[in-house]
Design a protein around this ligand. Structure first.
Ligand code: ATP
Length: 206
């Protein structure tokens, strides 16, 4: 069984940016957001159930899930939101488990924005937190998404606090520094962690 390193961090903390540095070292990545999209891909049984429940308007003319429309349907409708979550959450978890079990690499990076909130820490052997100051999150996420800072702030408030997240961490990468100036340093941090994880994986399997 592959050794599972859960990578998490708040919105705009740099999870994808850091995960890419691990990918450059050929570490396999399982990304919760990708899994969440895979399970409702065109033609999937789950997408059919969603279309049965909400009506065919929830599909695009190409038969894909119309995400903005679905978001609109469940916005401020807790009953529908719960129905959807109860359908999707167990399926996402099951698919993540299947993908982790299928891995043959010594360790796998499991990238999950809501790792702590959704108690997916249970699936991990070790937890790596990408940490930045709230101000950095606000600046980077609003720039990336062309969003108002107030909206980013609201999303931050719906996630666990920085302190709580850090209390779960076995390892922390601070990503406050500008990439242009800190690329080398980040790469070195990642390489050091990579060696640690290979060691830990080896020890677990012997
Ligand atoms: P989310 O959970 O919101 O999807 P994330 O944690 O995966 O975000 P990224 O998408 O990696 O975060 O980073 C957020 C934004 O900040 C991106 O536009 C990215 O290019 C930028 N960014 C990340 N790290 C740095 C850095 N060290 N310096 C400058 N910009 C950065």
């Amino acid at each position: 069984m592959t050794y599972v390193v859960g990578l998490t961090g708040g919105i705009g903390s740099g999870k994808s940016t850091i995960a890419n540095l691990f990918a450059e070292l050929n570490v396999p990545i399982i990304d919760a957001d990708v899994v969440a999209r895979q399970i409702v891909k065109k033609g999937s049984p789950l997408l059919a159930r969603i279309a049965d429940h909400f009506g065919p308007a929830v599909l695009t003319p190409e038969g894909e899930l119309n995400r903005p429309f679905l978001r609109h349907l469940i916005f401020q409708n807790d009953a529908e939101k719960n129905w959807l979550n109860q359908l999707l959450h167990p399926a996402i978890r099951e698919e993540m488990n299947a993908q982790l079990n299928a891995q043959t690499a010594p360790y796998t990076l499991f990238v999950v924005p809501l790792l702590i909130e959704n108690k997916l820490t249970e699936l991990c052997d070790r937890i790596l937190v990408i940490d930045v100051q709230p101000e950095t999150q606000l600046t980077r996420a609003s720039r990336r998404d062309h969003s108002q800072r107030a909206l980013i702030r609201k999303i931050m408030d719906s996630q666990v606090s920085r302190e709580t997240r850090l209390s779960f961490a076995d390892d922390v990468i601070n990503n406050d520094g500008e990439l242009a100036d800190h690329h080398r340093e980040l790469r070195q941090n990642v390489l050091k962690l990579h060696r640690t994880y290979l060691d830990l994986a080896e020890r677990k399997n012997h």
